[in-house]
Design a protein around this ligand. Structure first.
Ligand SMILES: NC(=O)c1ccc[n+]([C@@H]2O[C@H](COP(=O)([O-])OP(=O)(O)OC[C@H]3O[C@@H](n4cnc5c(N)ncnc54)[C@H](O)[C@@H]3O)[C@@H](O)[C@H]2O)c1
Length: 336
């Protein structure tokens, strides 16, 4: 296989760290990573890391001048809760940087003479269920339904999906000779749970936080009602879905944006699992109403049939395997 150079932005985040671990197993792959933060020590030697702010145009330019990328995994973002506190920053980071990187990918597609693949993690935050009754009675939501986000984060993800698809299918459509276009592919992720990293700034964090707090013997006050249910998946499945979508032959794809999911869990389901694994767990509920409303606007379940039939997506971990097989074992070892 020819050598390839891959760019990962937001590389020091939860998904970025797991993605570097997975991609670095291929000796033919050179990874270039970018983040505001320094690289965690366990990733040293697996990537060439540049620390800096992607809002600084000369930072992106410097990287573009040094490397030609075949694939870009653009993970850097301001997450949902943080974005509500600072919508203007969220707009600049989540949409502005995405546009800059789409432009970079478009230029490099011309230079190397083939489409740069652009992998984008979108979110169930692009959905907006109008009320709880609709949420509880709706069948698993398909990609084209209920795309009425109520958060800055959801709006920015939906915009990036649209503009990324534009760069792939219609960019410079009025030119006499349209350029070689990029190959944009996006996944609408549910809440993602890692056994090794703790999320921050997201609104689906109540699940992973509950387990990680219990594993450390800390009491946890849950910010949503016990009955609140949204879809989740564990980190190994999330990373695998990104890599599988990246490898899928273009002609098999009937869309540029796919739902992927594994299991739907309520806060109470997480509590039951947490108490079974950590019998002394101290979990109480104190719903934060505005945050609660955001979670209420996200679907209880999403339909990932298109990903299953187009490129063979199937989660490895259902709820039981995720909790017993992946989370419990690894979290206990992690904090031991
Ligand atoms: N974790 C989830 O449950 C989940 C679910 C759906 C979608 N996503 C999406 O996946 C992507 C990665 O999520 P994550 O959980 O790893 O997030 P994270 O917050 O753990 O990581 C994001 C990283 O982006 C970096 N970053 C932010 N602004 C930057 C800037 N201006 N310049 C350089 N780096 C910057 C941060 O330093 C951070 O390391 C995000 O786009 C997120 O929206 C995550």
């Amino acid at each position: 296989m020819p050598e390839r150079t891959i760019l990962i932005t937001g590389a020091c985040g939860e998904i970025g760290q797991a993605l570097i671990e997975a991609l670095s197993e291929d000796p033919q792959t050179t990874i270039i990573s970018l983040d505001l933060k320094t690289l965690p020590g366990h990733l040293t030697g697996k990537t060439t890391h540049f620390q800096g702010d992607l809002l600084a145009k000369d930072f992106i330019k410097e990287i573009e001048n040094k490397y030609a990328f075949q694939e870009i995994y653009h993970l850097a973002a301001v997450l949902s809760t943080t974005a509500e506190y600072n919508p203007s920053l969220a707009h600049k980071v989540n949409t502005g940087i995405t546009l800059d990187l789409l432009e970079l990918a478009a230029r490099q597609s011309q230079q190397i003479g083939s489409s740069v693949k652009f992998l984008f993690p979108s979110s169930i935050a692009v959905y907006g269920m109008p009320d709880l009754e609709t949420k509880s009675s709706a069948p698993p939501v398909k990609e084209t339904q209920w795309t009425e986000p109520t958060t800055m984060y959801g709006c920015s993800k939906l915009y990036c999906e649209k503009v990324g698809s534009y760069y792939s299918d219609h960019y410079h459509q009025l030119d006499d000779q349209p350029p070689i276009r990029i190959d944009f592919r996006a996944l609408r992720f549910p809440g993602i749970i890692s056994a090794f990293t703790v999320p921050s700034g997201g609104t689906s964090d109540f699940g992973p936080e509950m387990i990680h707090f219990a594993a450390q013997g800390k009491p946890y006050r849950c910010f949503v009602r016990p009955d609140v249910r949204i879809p989740f998946m564990v980190m190994p499945d999330a990373v695998r879905s990104l890599l599988e979508l990246s490898k899928a032959p273009l002609e098999k794809l009937t869309r540029r944006v796919y739902n992927v999911t594994s299991f739907s869990y309520s806060a109470r389901d997480f509590q039951k699992f947490t108490e079974s694994g950590f019998p002394g767990a101290q979990i109480t509920y104190q719903p934060d109403l505005p945050r609660q409303e955001i979670v209420d606007s996200w679907p209880a379940d999403i339909d990932d049939q298109a990903a299953r039939s187009d490129w063979g997506w199937k989660p490895k971990y259902n709820a039981k395997d995720a909790c017993q097989g992946y989370l419990l074992k690894n979290i206990i070892a992690h904090y031991a």
